[in-house]
Design a protein around this ligand. Structure first.
Ligand SMILES: Nc1ncnc2c1ncn2[C@@H]1O[C@H](COP(=O)(O)OP(=O)(O)OP(=O)(O)O)[C@@H](O)[C@H]1O
Ligand SMILES: [Mg+2]
Length: 639
């Protein structure tokens, strides 16, 4: 199918733009949207159609019923015409009465039929809309939730929620426009022209000219407005995203008493949003004024023509009634058409962002007939792996091989790439170069699900669902029994604090788990990992927020859990690290040291330095720091 792309008509610096913006005091508006503001109508419609086609018979039925009601709207005035012409015929009261009753009864029957058709269409439409909106949202959600972590770190999550709702609503608006306006308007226009051609070709011609002119102008106007509508929708998402970000960072705002700064920032973008909205509203109203004028003119011209025809004879009273009814019907349909076209354009503009998110291919892909990991032994190998975050190299040509059941500690300075390294193992990111294998199989050639099932991860910054604690722990194993869950909770040393809560395991944890302390949250996620019981264990600073006593207890449980499992552990406490079979030291994405605790100490390298510092209980090695050009102690904290 050929792609239909709506491209905003003029450039924003066309004479019309300048005139309009000057008129409405909006010269500062610069409708810039990411990309070129182009809107692929075909892709939006295709997504809608994929949901609609499941109910295509209902679609056909609704359109037919609405068309029938509109056709009746054309036929009824013909009976009224006959009705009024009866009076001019000079019949006896009885003869006239019979004809009049005949005409009005037919009108009554037709009106009833029209009413039933229209209402049936409405009920069907509600069912259809409900089904399609649910399906659209479900499909969009299903695709977008599968986007990678990289995607989620580059979008405003708050705005995403808004885009999803807007996407769903835009379908509703579009469907309403088609059913309530487009179909009745087309049927009415064709019907009126057909009847008028028979009754008075001159009037039919006037009507056709007027309609064509008005629709053409409407189309160009709406197309001109498109870029402002797309801009407005994009601005809307940005505002939502920024506002959500402020609410998310409420604690920082409070801590710094930065209410005034944030209020000003919020006001600034709200004002901008309103300014753009006002411009589009103003332009719309100006256009409406023009359209209103043309309708007044049409009415005047058509009746003037009618009078002339009547003066020449051959134009009846009934014809005036017919004309009145048709002019009314046509103007009634055309009147909102500008709004309807703008609604349609706006719906597309609203759907644009979510459509792009829905059509955007996933970063982490699964090949067809992928391998399914089962009975994983846990041999992990990195072969010449390089990974970059948007051009910034974080893992640099790294090769390492980890034996099944080996317990490996990853250490190195902050930003060395430790978290990134472990994220690569579970395919949160794919490397730019090189391969990573699990049990000798390239992890890109296995199913994503089986890979994730093979790995238990405790991330560095865990978040929880705003669901009961029980549900959060059972996230590691959805079908776990309460006993299994409690056992895991005990191992992770969180049973005590959960039981102390009045609601116990049913307590809600707040959005992202904010109602728990850092250490509590960490233990809940640890319990999840215990419950998951996967052959590969990845712990990224999993106990960093615990007090020494809790940590000691959890550590014991962890050591037991690690037995027989390949473990990658990122930790700061050297007492934990030295218990591991092997230590990998990472620096700037490179593997700089690799060996056991004793081997690395003997080397007197980076590990040895860290060890000595922690042993001696002080951090800054001032002498070394001075050599590197650090001016004074405070610089160490800035570094
Ligand atoms: N999502 C991201 N987008 C862009 N850059 C990132 C992203 N995540 C991490 N980085 C960058 O990659 C580098 C390595 O980050 P990583 O989280 O792997 O470090 P780390 O060794 O775990 O450090 P820490 O000990 O502080 O946790 C850092 O310089 C960081 O700024
Ligand atoms: Mg990290």
């Amino acid at each position: 199918m050929k792609e239909v792309v709506m491209t905003p008509k003029n450039t924003q610096n066309g004479w019309f733009d300048r005139a309009m913006r000057r008129l409405f005091n909006a010269l500062d508006i610069n409708p810039h949207v990411e990309g070129d503001g182009r809107l692929n109508v075909t892709s939006v419609l295709r997504i809608y159609w994929e949901s609609l086609q499941k109910l295509s018979s209902v679609v056909v039925m609704i359109i037919t019923l609405v068309a029938i009601a509109s056709v009746i709207g054309i036929i009824v005035p013909l009976y009224y015409k006959d009705f009024f012409n009866v009076f001019a015929k000079g019949l006896t009261a009885e003869e006239a009465g019979r004809l009049l009753f005949g005409a009005i009864s037919t009108v009554f029957a037709l009106d009833l039929f029209s009413l039933v058709s229209r209402r049936t269409a409405m009920f069907k439409l509600i069912r259809l809309t409900q089904a399609v909106m649910t399906d659209l949202r479900a499909r969009a959600f299903d695709h977008v939730i599968r986007h990678s972590h990289a995607y989620y770190t580059s979008v405003f999550v708050g705005a995403l929620v808004q885009k999803l709702s807007r996407f769903q609503r835009s379908y509703d608006r579009l469907a309403d426009s088609v059913v309530f306006h487009i179909v009745p308007t087309i049927v009415t226009l064709i019907g009126v022209v057909i009847v008028l051609l028979r009754e008075s070709p001159l009037l039919a011609l006037a009507m056709i000219l007027w309609v064509v002119l008005l629709i053409t102008i409407n189309y160009y106007f709406a197309r001109w407005m498109l870029k402002y509508n797309v801009y407005r929708a994009a601005l809307d998402s940005v505002v939502t995203g920024k506002t959500a970000d402020m609410f998310t960072n409420q604690a920082a705002i409070e801590a710094h008493g930065a209410y005034d700064i944030e209020r000003a920032r919020h006001l600034e973008f709200t004002k901008k949003q309103m300014h753009v909205a006002a411009f589009t509203w103003n332009s719309g109203h100006l256009y409406h004024g023009f359209q209103e004028g043309s309708i007044v003119l049409l009415r005047y011209v058509v009746f003037c023509v009618g009078i002339v025809l009547w003066m020449r004879g051959g134009f009846s009273l009934g014809m005036f009634m017919l004309l009145h009814a048709y002019v009314f019907a046509v103007t009634e349909k055309i009147w909102p058409i500008g709004q309807v076209i703008r609604d349609i354009y706006e719906s597309f503009a609203d759907a644009k962002e979510m459509t792009e998110a829905t059509l955007r291919p996933h970063d982490i892909l699964e090949i067809p007939n992928a391998h399914v990991f089962a009975n994983v032994e846990g041999a992990i190998e990195f072969a010449n792996v390089t990974f970059e975050y948007g051009g910034k190299r974080v893992i640099d040509n790294l090769s390492v091989s980890i034996a099944p059941g080996e317990r490996v500690a990853l250490i190195g300075p902050s930003g060395a790439g430790k978290s990134t390294f472990v994220k690569l193992v579970s395919r949160i990111f794919d490397p730019n170069e090189g391969t990573i294998t699990l049990d000798g199989i390239d992890i890109r050639e296995a199913t994503i699900k089986s890979l994730k099932q093979a790995i238990s991860t405790v991330p560095q910054e865990p978040t929880l669902f705003h669901r009961p604690i029980a549900a959060n722990i059972k996230y590691g194993k959805q079908d776990a029994t309460d006993e299994e869950m409690e056992r895991a909770a005990r191992l992770a040393n969180c049973h005590a604090f959960i039981s102390a809560h009045p609601l116990g395991y049913h307590a809600l944890v707040g959005e992202r788990g904010v109602k728990l302390s850092g250490g509590e949250r960490q233990r809940v996620v640890l319990a999840r990992a215990f419950l998951k019981n996967a052959p590969v264990l990845v712990l990224d600073e999993a106990t960093s927020s615990l007090d020494s006593e809790s940590e000691r207890q959890v550590q014991e449980a962890l050591m037991r859990l690690m037995k027989g499992r390949t473990t990658l552990i990122i930790a700061h406490r050297l007492s934990t690290i030295r218990q591991m079979d092997r230590i990998l030291v990472l620096d700037q994405g490179k593997l700089v040291e690799d060996g056991t605790h004793d081997e690395l100490l003997a080397k007197e390298g980076m590990y040895w330095k860290l060890w000595t510092v922690q042993q001696n209980g002080f951090i800054p090695d001032l002498e070394a720091a001075n050599e590197e050009g650090v001016q004074d102690e405070s610089d160490l904290f800035l570094a």
